[in-house]
Design a protein around this ligand. Sequence first.
Ligand SMILES: Nc1ncnc2c1ncn2[C@@H]1O[C@H](COP(=O)(O)OP(=O)(O)O)[C@@H](O)[C@H]1O
Ligand SMILES: [Mg+2]
Length: 508
Amino acid sequence: MEEKCEVCLTNKELSVLHEIAMLISKTYDIETSLAKSLQILKNNLYLENCAIHLLEDDRLNMFASQDFTKQQQILSSFRLGEGATGLAAQSKEPVVVENVHNDILFLNKSGIRNNQTISYVAVPMQVDKDVVGVLSATLTKTTEIDFDETIRILSIISSIFGQAIHSYQLNKKEKERLNDLQQYYKMEWDSKVHNFGDIIGQCEKMESVFKVIEQIADSNVTVLVRGETGTGKELVASAIHKRSRRKEEPFVKLNCAAITDTLIESELFGHEKGAFTDAKEMRKGRFELADGGTLFLDEIGDISASAQVKLLRVLQEREFERVGGGKTIKVNVRLIAATNRNLEQMVKDGEFREDLYYRLNVIPIDLPPLRERGDDIRLLVNFFLERSMKNHKKRVTLTEDAMEQLCSYPWPGNIRELENTIERIVLIGSEEGVSAKDMLLMLPALNDQKLSQNYQSRQIGDKTLEQIEKEAIEATLQNCDNSVAEAAQKLGLSQRQIRYKMQKYEIK
Ligand SMILES: Nc1ncnc2c1ncn2[C@@H]1O[C@H](COP(=O)(O)OP(=O)(O)O)[C@@H](O)[C@H]1O
Ligand SMILES: [Mg+2]
């Protein structure tokens, strides 16, 4: 005999719950598993016209059902508070229509006809305090359970459905975001012209850079691009991607220096919901976003020690976990890293893992600073001048003096600085010709350079290094009352060294 009490479920109900729970946990798509679950309710408890409405923008639309035709499903859509279904969502309470034939709450918008139908039950599906939809069914003469039992079992099932639907919606949202992101990256990518024609350079060092790019672009090998700031590291990384078989896939960037140590891991590997206080939803990291394509990690020398360990593992095993998650994720990503720091020194100083260094430095590409690129400066000046004049629809000419100045300037900010300077020249300059004097306005750093050159020539003149050394020792001795020990200390020499030099320079 089946025993019944307020909180006990009948064996039948338990077996229904069990079957539904099993179904929902299977990896069917959600619509199929919900439809099958509703079928179980019909077959076992004789509940009819079971339906699930989802709340979308204050409207309840039918999402899964049995017994309804496509047309009826479309018709059966309610505003919040409309009819029994709308009321259940609005009040967050189950709503019962005892006799569907004389209660105005039962709207029967779908027009589904069943003379057997007696009553209607609608139960809200909630996740935390939020309503995600409504589960409803009608009772007929053959239904095996009464109102209270129906409400009770539908309430339990609705919380299972609610959770499943909620995860499904989150997942769907994340997929859309991912799609958007990839679209965005691709758009950003396609809007630029990428070819060697765009990487200007004819000097020997750049020729060999081009050669390496040609050779390795098509393989999946990890590349480390090195060079001072503004030397074109990112440009080279994108050129490699554009020439690889991955060119139709995303090129995803991350500047490691721009992110705090605590955030870098979640940016790289993503995080699960609740991994930390701000992690309201699951988010994919750059590695997942770049799946199939190329990941460019800029300023790789700036990543934290723990991120180094994780990065090493991805490079070795091609897998990782999101922050706060246990699921192992596999990706197919080609890595290009860049840095302007001296990684070898960092390895020596214990700031950068040696094993990671070797994993990254499979193919090193060293970009020369602009001041070592000789005639390339002239080439680049003309290239940027043409481009900028076209953009601003303005003509400007450089005098040969001005060009000379640009060519002899040391360009600490490299090509980026040159690019910006040309932009200024085109904006301020005139068609009559930009002179060397005008240049002081357009490249203010020239003033500092002139000053320091003057200063140096005034101090040092044409003296040889030995003369300077002799004068320094003499002056220091004088300042120290001819105490050799004191002078040696001030000059950073040993007493033996200073005596040797004094002898050599015949200082008494
Ligand atoms: N060889 C080159 N030819 C043309 N433009 C270049 C070249 N190298 C760099 N640039 C331009 O200079 C700017 C800085 O380059 P970027 O790749 O960002 O340098 P880095 O990453 O080394 O700081 C970019 O606008 C880039 O397009
Ligand atoms: Mg850069």
